[in-house]
Design a protein around this ligand. Structure first.
Ligand code: A3P
Length: 287
């Protein structure tokens, strides 16, 4: 199916119509933020699901109940999607935990006014592309790409769900008042998960001892998440996501782009990347 059939343009970016209803978009637009809410922000395929285990475990002080009983989308709901208006988030105890893939420029008025805590997770865009390439192929609600090169060009041009990765990252890095924001990359989490958990806990003002931090890191390693049905998306119907084509928790490594992109594709991307990020001051972990 085509872009027109599967996507709607909202605030300038393509969103999958099936998972983003007019009701859920309106709900988010009018959503009332609390200053102690914690919002995980990611561009898709950058480590969202991983953070949806780490942050709840920090919040619970290492208690496993929520990650064993609540699926990802209920444990840390994504504010813009169709299920969310039915979760009675207004009644949840503070601090509430949410997720969004929105660009900073798309954030609703209450968020901008209240400025809740933000954990922004980034990933090497070539690995994000690789993960997306497999993901688009296994879902029924996203446009199937033509060739791999075409798919890369569409991604670079932002003609994909949630628009341009470059705009997303630059928008969130350019937030003026950064004391409520934490920036972390997928690669830092791969390199030293225990250290990443400790830093996130500190940001969340949730002091944890070294054993609890180790316990959380152990729970969040790829193989353990893969076994957990509340995190591995096996609860989603095959009609929606066909994991026989590609698993949701697919490889969980940094650098997998080397197994997918040709030399010419990587060069094409790198040239575009250099130009786009030339004025960005942030030191990315993958550069
Ligand atoms: P791959 O497709 O490269 O394996 P998102 O949750 O934002 O959609 O991102 C999904 C990507 O994060 C997938 O990447 C998935 O395997 C990876 N991921 C999820 N949990 C992980 C973990 N515990 N360790 C490493 N990677 C993880």
């Amino acid at each position: 199916m085509t872009e027109t059939e599967l996507y709607s343009v909202y605030k300038g970016v393509n969103l999958p119509t099936r998972t983003h209803t007019p009701e859920s978009l309106r709900y988010y637009e009018e959503f009332f933020s609390h200053s102690d809410d914690i919002v995980i922000v990611t561009y898709p395929k950058s480590g969202t699901t991983w953070m949806q285990v780490i942050v709840p475990l920090i919040q619970s002080g290492g208690d496993l109940t929520t990650i064993q009983t609540l699926p990802t989308w209920d444990r840390a709901p994504r504010l813009e999607v169709y299920k969310t208006p039915f979760l009675n988030l207004e009644d949840r105890p503070s601090p509430r935990l949410f997720v969004t893939h929105y660009h900073y420029s798309m954030m609703p008025p209450s968020f901008l006014k209240v400025k809740p805590k933000v954990v922004y997770v980034m990933r090497n865009p070539k690995d994000m592309f690789t993960s997306s390439f497999h993901f688009y192929g296994m879902t029924s609600y996203l446009v199937k790409s033509g060739t791999q090169t075409q798919s890369l060009m569409e991604k670079v041009a932002g003609r994909v769900i949630y628009g341009s990765w470059f705009d997303h990252v630059k928008g969130w890095l350019n937030v003026k008042n950064k004391e409520n924001s934490m920036y972390i990359s997928y690669e830092e989490m791969i390199m030293d998960l225990k250290d990443a958990v400790a830093r996130i806990a500190q940001f969340m003002e949730k002091p944890l001892n070294s054993e609890v931090i180790q316990k959380i890191a152990d729970q969040c390693i790829f193989m353990n998440m893969k076994k957990n049905k509340t995190s591995n998306y096996s609860l989603v119907s095959r009609e929606f996501m066909d994991q026989t084509k590609s698993e949701f928790l697919r490889k969980g490594i940094a650098g997998d782009w080397k197994n997918l992109l040709t030399v010419a594709e990587a060069e094409y991307f790198d040239n575009f990347y250099k130009e786009e990020i030339k004025n960005v001051q942030y030191k990315f972990a993958w550069d």
